[in-house]
Design a protein around this ligand. Structure first.
Ligand code: NAD
Length: 318
């Protein structure tokens, strides 16, 4: 079997090994694949592995040998999964590798907004503390999370892990999901409608996948329903948010701050409105990337291909 990895660099910039996949067939790994080279590089390969390189219906028609598509991520919106299903091609993702890392990162963003740790450290190193007349000072309002409400949109693995951490901080959790498991409810965790989550939360964290039904779920209309001064965290997918509407809300103060690990186009474009918005903290899609979770991802990607070769497809999404 020919195995082609179209964009392996971000998973394995050199600190992991491709040995597992290498041992399963004739293996080629490209660091990155530009759009015009996707078809040529897949060629007659049967097993195609992608992280963020799109696999469209046209690509699948042009590469008729493809029998399996592996996505090196949880979110699989880069693949036309319907077109793949119509051709009988399983698309398999990596569902659980990053649950702890991503939920931890939600709080890296949130705690930065609450305490401005780096800003204050920079201020100390600039000499501001040395020259201060008091024993303490702060340059930004500081926020305690206890007793605040964390609204979680998309209450799957990462949403639930985020809820546990939020509860650890003494927060109440209000969750919205298309599918509700009432067994998860307790004194400090309840499900609510989307409108209830928007209206009652002090912090809103997005954890639903990017689907046509969730694209632009945060827009001027949904923002208008939120509390004044809400904090928005997005570690899921950029297009969940209409960025122009978020920028307006940040600039007006309706949304107090946003912590974003994902944006509509990645890498972020120079003209992205959020780069000039007030109180907007943006990281370059790193929530998934601690070495522990990347190793886990690599192992599951190998297991997925093994399972396919043994005739028992696992982690299929289509
Ligand atoms: P999951 O499948 O366990 O959970 C997703 C939840 O969203 C499910 O419970 C589903 O019912 C719910 N959902 C689907 N449509 C919805 C809708 N219209 N409204 C509300 N809820 C809806 O997935 P997960 O492991 O929790 O991951 C969630 C997302 O996190 C992924 O899809 C991916 O986009 C993102 N992610 C980002 C990073 C990163 O590095 N920033 C890493 C991993 C995952």
């Amino acid at each position: 079997m020919k195995i082609v990895v179209l964009d392996g660099y971000t998973l394995n910039p050199g600190d992991l090994s491709w040995e597992g996949l290498e041992s399963l067939g004739s293996f080629t790994c490209y660091d990155r694949t530009p759009a015009e080279e996707i078809v040529g590089r897949i060629g007659d390969a049967e097993i195609v592995i992608t992280n963020k390189t799109p696999i469209t219906s046209e690509t699948l028609s042009a590469c008729s040998g493809v029998k399996y598509i592996g996505v090196l991520a949880t979110g699989y919106n880069v693949v036309d999964v319907k077109a793949a299903a119509e051709k009988g091609i399983p698309v398999c993702n990596i569902p659980t590798y990053g649950t702890s890392a991503v939920s931890q990162f939600v709080f890296a963003l949130l705690l930065n907004i609450c305490h401005h740790v780096q800003d204050h450290s920079d201020s100390v190193f600039r000499g501001d503390w040395t020259s201060n007349q008091d024993w303490t000072y702060w340059n930004f309002p500081l926020t305690e999370l206890a007793d605040k409400t964390m609204g979680i949109i998309g209450f799957g693995r990462i949403g639930q892990a985020t809820a546990k951490i939020a509860q650890g901080f003494g927060m109440k959790v209000l969750a919205f999901d298309e599918y509700q498991n009432k067994d998860l409810e307790n004194d400090t965790l309840k499900y609510g409608s989307l409108d209830e989550v928007l209206a009652q939360s002090d912090v809103i964290s997005l954890h639903c996948p990017l689907f046509p039904s969730t694209e632009g779920i945060i827009n001027s209309e949904s923002i208008a329903k939120m509390k004044d001064g809400v904090i928005l965290i997005n570690t899921s997918r950029g297009p969940l948010v209409v960025e122009k509407d978020l920028a307006e809300a940040l600039n007006s103060g309706k949304i107090r701050a946003a912590g974003l690990d994902v944006v509509s186009t990645e890498p972020i474009r120079e003209d992205n409105v959020l780069l000039k918005a007030k109180n907007c903290f943006i990281t370059p899609h790193i929530a998934w990337a601690p070495s522990e979770s990347r190793s886990r991802l690599m192992n599951i990607a190998v297991d997925n291909v093994k399972a396919f070769l043994e005739g028992s497809v696992q982690n299929r999404v289509n």
